[in-house]
Design a protein around this ligand. Structure first.
Ligand code: CA
Ligand code: CA
Length: 454
């Protein structure tokens, strides 16, 4: 049983200067930021380190005053540190540095008591009734659910969203202390500028009220609302040295309803709605299906010339698809390590969508021999991507140089063939690109939470 750990705002820790001594009450989940953690809180994205370095660069909350440096141990403390009101925190642009200590679960009430799916459910909603009402034998497959049970599902989802979605304002740095975790949360970086997220372990943004979508695919699908982190219409975001996963609540444990897996997760890190200038470095993405969506609509509008993202030195392990899937953006994908050895859950890695311009250089793939080389790229309406220096290895065999784009073209219909020039060359890079052969050892050693030495 979880102990009550809510503390008053007055217990927040204000640090006088970057390396001042810190005292916090001796309660479960507290931790004193190390000298190293205090230094890291003041760090900014290095010059030229990917698209987030463009223009004014990304400094997050590094300039925070002493009274805007916090250690938080639960949802209420996190929201207090972000400005005090989740409904308006997105507009709090005061520079702030927030250290996460212990496990923060989003599915709690204001007294930090756990909330279950049943707590969120509207009185008129039940899963059994929903399944009965929208069974294809009853409802058919041609239209999305509507009516009283769908309305009750939407009301239930709104109850959960009010807890699960946590909004971050401009000029914010959030750092995970050693062993910390954020679970059940959709961190919302929405319509803001200048945010840094580092050393955080994001797990299981599970949706209690997945929506049945009979029109999605040939057999319908369950779709969910929450990404662990959503970057929506925001600029200058640096996502560095974090873990992203489904935690203990993996897809293979979910039931099958209406003939399809009851999918409670959406993305891990989705970057949408004209978001721009994002650098994603040294993260671990693992045990999840839809991993990173860049651009959520084919509509030619706000996304044009936006959605510029750099994805470097990340490890993608045991993930299903969208590594990333791109629309519109010039997206630089270099020195990533892909461990894709489960042919049952893997769908594709690089999704080439409308007007996308992926520039992929020196990425390393460890694959199952049962995943054909033509399966790593998928054409979602794009025309071309640049690919340089890919190496692919099976088991303990020697890595081989492969063009995954050419393998895709050879294995698919002629009318979906992709060209091999995305039409741009990245200028914003942290330093020399690693030789692909060393990516398989260097990148997993450095990627993820717990690697910054704090
Ligand atoms: Ca999403
Ligand atoms: Ca072809």
């Amino acid at each position: 049983m979880r102990k009550r750990t809510l503390v008053a705002i007055g217990a927040f820790v204000a640090m006088a200067g970057a390396v001042a001594a810190v005292t916090v009450p001796a309660q479960a989940g507290t931790a004193k930021p190390s000298k190293k953690a205090l230094e890291i809180g003041r760090q900014v994205l290095a010059a030229n380190d990917g698209w987030a370095a463009e223009g004014t660069g990304t400094t997050g909350g590094s300039a925070a005053d002493a009274d805007q440096v916090f250690v938080v141990r639960n949802r209420a403390e996190l929201i207090a540190a972000l400005g005090g009101d989740n409904a308006t925190n997105a507009t709090n642009s005061t520079p702030k540095i927030i250290y996460v200590s212990g496990t923060i679960d989003a599915n709690v009430d204001d007294n930090n008591q756990p909330l279950t799916c049943a707590d969120y459910a509207d009185p008129e909603y039940s899963l059994d009734a929903y399944l009965a009402a929208y069974d294809p034998a009853v409802w058919g497959m041609d239209t999305k659910p509507s009516g009283p049970l769908e309305d009750a599902r939407v009301r239930s989802a709104k109850n959960q969203t009010a807890r699960a979605m946590v909004y971050v304002g401009s000029n914010t740095t959030i750092i995970g202390l050693r062993g910390s975790k954020i679970t059940g949360m959709n961190l919302m970086v929405s319509k803001v500028d200048n945010v840094i997220l580092r050393n955080l372990a994001f797990e299981d943004a599970n949706d209690c009220f997945a929506a049945w979508t009979p029109t999605d695919g040939s057999a319908g699908n369950w779709n969910s609302l929450y990404d662990t982190v959503s970057v929506i219409g925001s600029t200058h975001v640096w996502v560095d040295h974090n873990n992203f996963s489904d935690g203990n609540n993996t897809d293979d444990q979910q039931p099958v309803y209406l003939g399809r897996p009851y999918q409670g997760h959406d993305g891990l890190l989705d970057i949408t709605k004209a978001a721009d200038l994002v650098t994603v470095s040294h993260n671990r993405f693992f045990d999840h299906d839809k991993t990173m969506l860049i651009g959520s609509t084919n509509t030619v509008g706000a996304d044009v010339d936006k959605l510029r993202v750099t994805i470097r030195n990340n490890e993608f392990s045991g993930v299903g698809q969208r590594l990333p899937r791109v629309r519109f953006g010039k997206v630089d994908v270099y020195n990533n390590f892909y461990r894709l050895t489960d042919e049952d859950t893997f769908e594709y890695a690089w999704g080439v969508g409308v007007y996308s311009a992926i520039y992929a250089e020196n990425n390393f793939f460890l694959r199952s021999a049962d995943i054909p080389l033509g399966d790593f790229v998928y054409n979602w309406g794009g025309t071309a991507m640049t690919e340089i220096g890919t190496l692919v290895r099976v088991g303990t065999q020697k890595p081989v140089a492969v063009s995954l784009v050419e393998a895709f073209n050879a294995s698919s219909d002629t009318d979906t063939d992709l060209g091999t020039d995305a039409g741009w060359v990245p200028a914003l890079r942290a330093g020399p690109v690693l030789p692909t052969a060393v990516v398989q050892t260097t990148v997993p050693k450095q990627a993820g939470a717990g690697k910054l030495g704090l």
